[in-house]
Design a protein around this ligand. Structure first.
Ligand code: ADP
Ligand code: GLC
Length: 436
């Protein structure tokens, strides 16, 4: 199969979270099975390749340059959409014009697919709301799969976008697909127009059809239930191998070398989704019980400030690294005893898998992909309630088993758990075949 993955990020070129990991590893796994999967993404900053072609793209009244560049990584061909006005910036997201940057990406990809030398994709696999207009633009021209990595982000914007930005005000079908309440919703259009819709774990596919997890789109998802399924993410299991010891990690983070203290770590975007408040609420009690805590993350300013304060109050016992640092994340997954993932909701979650593969025991909340990858008392600890009491229940359990045979057994099972892409890649192929 020839499958072109369209996404705003892919490691190693750009990564802000799990989307970058997935688009940076799933195509290589599919290629290893004999397929030709490629990636198309924006050229963020200077991270592109060699020029292939260029043309103009219309976006409403705008007439924009669009270059395509090409590079290889890990046996996968990457195409980069080059437009300095939209993408030559310091970061990947977080700009006032993210809607327009995403609309341009979707339009540019839709107009690129006939210009990729002799490569003819059978399927365009669109990821998250930045790529969600591709199924709309390509409705009768190509088969598309729309993957939802996180339903919280939808690209909701005002009504005027339909005409001014997309030039679709006279296309009734497109207007209907885009319309959402008083405005427009990119992801909704993707869900309506794609041939298949997927999420990144089976449980999340079920959850988003309910009001509790549906982020307002549950009626649309229920309408497309027959086209919707969940396929659990994998990780690059050759990359995420143990790489540091607990003692090395402690020296690096300035934590006391105390053999009797279990070390709990968390690597995460610091947002409400990730249960940061639960960790803040339990931190003092955890240290009081003789443990250590190390957090690596960036995000909400108030969470960052709280974590820094905690670390100042508990030197040698709590460490807070407020930055994005993939190498340190790897050493934390390898050196910690336990890795915390107390998410309020979690479409899949990759840190629990990375942690297990690197030899630390995950503590997760029973939701989404966390529920699909961690089994309580077998390869990790799982708790139910998304509040401080819920997490504290799990932490107490962790403190009890630390340094016992039970801990060794769980760690052994975690190390043995298979999160390589093998099985899930096969499920994607079946899905592609069902529509091609
Ligand atoms: P999400 O995509 O919702 O952020 P995932 O668990 O799927 O959650 O993926 C997060 C990815 O980003 C993991 O690879 C994790 O290690 C990484 N990550 C998050 N924050 C940081 C950070 N501050 N430094 C390094 N890696 C990080
Ligand atoms: C999203 C989700 C996360 C998932 C990742 C990769 O960012 O929040 O749970 O693992 O995408 O699919």
């Amino acid at each position: 199969m020839n499958v072109l993955f369209a996404a705003f990020e892919a490691a190693p070129f750009a990564k802000s979270g799990g989307l970058g990991d997935v688009v940076g590893s799933l195509p290589a796994a599919l290629n290893a099975m004999g397929h030709d999967c490629r990636v198309i993404m924006p050229k963020h900053g200077d991270r592109g390749g060699s020029p292939l072609t260029s043309f103009r793209v219309r976006l409403g009244w705008r007439d924009q340059y669009c270059g395509i560049e090409k590079a290889q990584a890990d046996g996968v061909t990457y195409y980069f959409i080059d437009n300095e006005y939209y993408y030559k910036r310091g970061g990947i997201y977080g700009y006032d014009d993210d809607t327009e940057r995403s609309a341009f990406f979707s339009k540019a990809v839709s107009e690129s697919i006939d210009r990729l030398e002799d490569y003819r994709p059978d399927i365009i696999h669109c990821n998250d709301w930045h790529a969600a207009l591709i199924p709309l633009f390509l409705k009768d021209r190509a088969k598309t799969v729309m993957t939802i990595h996180n339903l919280r982000f939808q690209g909701a914007c005002p009504q005027w976008v339909t005409g001014d930005m997309l030039g679709l005000e006279n296309d009734e079908e497109a207007c209907a697909a885009l319309r959402w309440h008083d405005g427009v919703n990119f992801l909704k259009a993707g869900i309506i127009c794609a041939d298949r819709v997927t999420t990144v774990s089976p449980s999340y596919a079920e959850e988003i059809c309910t009001e509790e997890y549906g982020e307002g789109l549950d009626p649309i998802l229920r309408m497309r239930r027959d086209a919707l399924c969940g396929i659990l993410n994998g990780i690059d299991s050759e990359k995420w191998l143990p790489c540091a010891t607990k003692s090395e990690l402690r020296s690096e983070l300035g934590l006391e070398q105390n053999e009797s203290a279990p070390l709990f770590a968390m690597v995460s975007r610091l947002t409400e989704q990730k249960g940061v408040e639960l960790v803040l609420a339990c931190a003092d009690r955890l240290i009081g019980a003789g443990a250590q805590l190390a957090v690596l993350g960036t995000g909400r300013a108030d969470y960052e400030a709280e974590l820094k304060k905690l670390a100042e109050r508990q030197p040698g016992k709590i460490s807070a690294c407020i930055r994005f640092d993939e190498e340190l994340s790897h050493r934390m997954f390898s050196g910690a005893d336990f890795v915390l993932v107390p998410s309020v909701f979690e479409p899949c979650g990759l840190t629990q898998m990375m942690a297990m593969h690197c030899g630390s025991v995950p503590i997760v909340r029973r939701t989404g992909g966390l529920k699909d990858s961690v089994i309580d008392g077998s390869n990790g600890i799982v708790f139910d309630n998304a509040d401080a009491d819920g997490l504290w229940w799990a932490l107490r359990k962790a403190l009890e088993i630390y340094d016992t045979d039970k801990y060794a057994e769980i760690r052994e099972n975690a190390l043995k758990s298979d999160f390589s892409w093998g099985r899930s890649a096969g499920e994607y192929i079946k899905l592609y075949e069902s529509i091609s």
